[in-house]
Design a protein around this ligand. Structure first.
Ligand code: GH3
Ligand code: MG
Ligand code: MG
Ligand code: MG
Length: 301
């Protein structure tokens, strides 16, 4: 350590700063990354690398770019000062440096830096909370599958994509049979449990990456099946009916079966300008109504 460095080291140490000294540019860059100091005092002239280069590298490294850098140098010309500031230095002090002046400068820069860090932390927390909210806003609270909002978003998005690619889009609409009676017989909490079971079952069956299962309404579930023909949709609907049968959810009051059943309406189209997502929902709804009218516990298109 040179005599001058020792003097500064002692001065900062007596003012309660923790000081790390780097003897070369390479060490300075490494130490900055490992120790993450709150502030860097940089000599413009170093044995292996000039201060401007160090500054540039610190500022282009994502880990160190926010650390404030004060140049301390005997290079006093204006172009050098401009260069340092353009590289991102926060301050430029020319030698000889007065100790007390250096101290107040450092303290001011540190308080700004600390405020900035606090803001960044708060910003990160806000962003996370916001993401969590966005996620929750698209989820049905009871069944933990997609809600109507996510259904709408996904439906419009897939519609556009398949219209461009001239590929079919199928829609499955499921409605539990005599569910009002089920609630009346077993109570609302048991009704809720039934909704959870059926949501989980449908969600496990409809599982291609682009598919989406949503709670469309009270006891209605919808499945979006991109790149799927009406035959494919029938196959999925039949699987849903079969798996629901296996669940054997007792429903004594149902007029069609001793267990809970579903009526399903399906519709399929290659999206085009003559059609709209809303029209496809209407067609599936009409098919669902026909399945109800024809005796329930069945799929119609
Ligand atoms: P249908 O066979 O014609 O479909 O008869 P349904 O009784 O199933 O049809 P309706 O539309 O008359 O009744 C739907 C019932 O779904 C009424 C409502 O209490 C129930 N329901 C809607 N949302 C929930 C919920 O979140 N939890 C529970 N437990 N029941 C719900
Ligand atoms: Mg209904
Ligand atoms: Mg109904
Ligand atoms: Mg119903």
């Amino acid at each position: 350590m040179s005599e001058n460095t020792r003097v500064w080291f002692n001065f900062f140490t007596t003012h309660q700063f923790k000081v790390i000294i780097a003897q070369s540019g390479e060490t300075a860059l490494q130490l900055a990354e490992y120790k993450m100091p709150n502030l860097i005092i940089l000599e413009a002239v170093l044995p292996d690398m000039d201060g401007f280069e160090i500054c540039r590298r610190l500022k282009t490294n994502l880990n160190t770019k926010d650390i404030p850098i004060i140049f301390v140098t005997s290079i006093a010309d204006t172009p050098s000062k401009i260069k340092a500031f353009k590289l991102g230095a926060i301050d430029y002090v020319t030698k000889p440096v007065h100790q007390e002046e250096m101290l107040v400068r450092i303290k001011n820069h540190l308080s700004i830096y600390n405020l900035q860090q606090e803001l960044r932390t708060k910003e990160r927390a806000l962003r996370k909370a916001n993401q969590a909210l966005q996620y929750l806003a698209r989820l049905d609270e009871l069944t933990q599958i997609a809600n109507r909002r996510q259904f709408n978003e996904c439906f419009v998005q897939e519609w556009r994509r398949l219209k461009r690619d001239h590929l079919p889009l199928s829609l499955i609409m499921c409605d539990i049979d005599y569910f009002k009676l089920y609630n009346d017989t077993y109570g609302h909490p048991v009704g809720d449990e039934c909704l959870r079971k059926i949501a989980k079952m449908i969600d496990q069956i409809v599982k291609r990456p682009a598919d989406l299962v949503a709670r469309y309404g009270g006891e209605e579930f919808a499945a979006i099946l991109p790149n799927t023909t009406i035959d494919g949709a029938f196959h999925v609907a039949n699987t849903i009916q079969t798996e629901l049968e296996k669940l054997r959810i007792v429903h004594n009051q149902s007029a069609v079966n001793e267990y809970v059943t579903l009526s399903i309406g399906i519709a399929s189209v290659v999206p085009s300008s003559e059609w709209s997502p809303e029209a496809l929902v209407r067609v599936a709804d009409i098919a669902l109504y026909e399945a109800k009218a024809a005796g329930r516990n069945r799929t119609m298109a």
